[in-house]
Write a protein that binds this ligand. Structure first.
Ligand code: 8YV
Length: 324
């Protein structure tokens, strides 16, 4: 029998996932649990047959130009994979995989959490209470916006957006619109209670809450700029559980300050974890530290999904979640 493939893991993973990796591979686990810099990643690419990476590993074309490269598969832990330069991976004949499906429900739950927290001013309320500023119940205290009956506009209509549509429409009585250049079938849309709109501008103009569910690509980076925000209804809410660079921070901050946006619920940021500090002073922003998929069940399932991709590759089977 040939030796087990060498797999290097860049971050700490749930214990059950690390145990399964130890059983299956000659594995080097992360002890420091810190992002690996370009030099560290190049070392790993020279030593590992398989790399289990995360969103914090920037596998750019320069990093992937390392020589010699031993790595034949990068199993990214996450559904998003914009941290990896796919053409460069392809040029070096490295297979790239992601972990879709298993994080859909939990990420949709977190988007719904942000909608509720933002519209109902839950962050403001918690800060007030914890700081001893609560004066007691009164009819005009921290009045937010009613959720039921409002229009939710989904930008991108993939798995997570559809799961959010189902929750928002069937659970919270919202009317749901969506815009996606390649929309799901009318049957799929009807099942989750969503109506398509032909353009992003039309969606933005009609929505009380806009929630972003597109990947970070050259086409979507900076998409929610000042002009797009101006197309939103005055007093609307913006929710981002996708990627921070889909919005232009200057524009979002200006709109939150002017009140054109009544609130924003943000789980993802450009340059995480060094976010634009101006957000910290804005009472009408709910800010979470990239928690979309952060449940024990989902993080375990993501780990096992990455293991299955690695195992299939090294066994010579069809790799289930191959991106390239
Ligand atoms: C992960 C995510 O926490 O899957 C994604 O794309 O944003 C999150 O679920 C993160 O990417 C882990 O690498």
């Amino acid at each position: 029998m040939s030796a087990a493939p060498k797999v290097i893991v860049t971050r700490r993973l749930p214990a059950s996932v690390e145990a399964a990796l130890r059983e299956r591979f000659d594995v080097e686990l992360s002890r420091r649990d810190e992002p690996t810099n370009a030099e560290g990643l190049q070392r790993v690419l020279g030593q590992a047959d398989g790399l289990l990476s995360t969103v914090t590993d920037r596998l750019t074309a320069e990093v992937l130009a390392a020589y010699p490269i031993r790595t034949r598969i990068i199993a990214n832990f996450g559904v998003g994979y914009e941290n990896i330069d796919l053409p460069a991976a392809q040029a070096h004949e490295i297979v790239v995989t992601n972990t879709p499906d298993v994080l859909t429900d939990c990420t949709a739950d977190l988007a719904m959490t942000l909608i509720l927290m933002t519209m109902r001013r839950a962050g403001e309320g918690e800060r007030e209470l914890r700081s001893g500023r609560w004066l007691g119940w009164r009819p005009t205290h921290l009045m937010g916006a009613r959720v039921a009956g409002k229009v939710l506009g989904l930008v991108g209509m993939g798995r997570i957006a559809r799961a959010l549509a189902r929750r928002a429409h069937h659970g919270f009585g919202m009317r749901v619109l969506c815009f996606d250049p390649s929309p799901p079938s009318p049957v799929e849309l009807a099942a989750v209670g969503a109506e398509p709109r032909a353009t992003l501008a039309a969606l933005l103009a009609e929505s009380d809450v806009v929630s972003l569910h597109c990947p970070s690509t050259p086409a979507t980076r900076g998409m929610m700029n000042a002009a797009r925000l101006a197309q939103m209804k005055p007093g609307a809410f913006l929710i981002n559980t996708a990627r921070g660079d889909v919005v232009v921070d200057d524009a979002v901050i200006a709109a939150l300050k002017s009140g054109h946006l009544a609130g924003a619920g943000l789980d993802v940021f450009r340059g995480e974890p060094n976010i634009d500090r101006r957000y910290l002073g804005l009472e009408n922003a709910v800010l979470l530290p990239h928690l979309g998929s952060a449940t024990r069940e989902t993080r375990e399932a993501m780990g096992f999904r990455a293991i299955e991709n690695l195992a299939a590759f090294f066994d010579g089977r069809t790799v289930p979640d191959r991106v390239v």
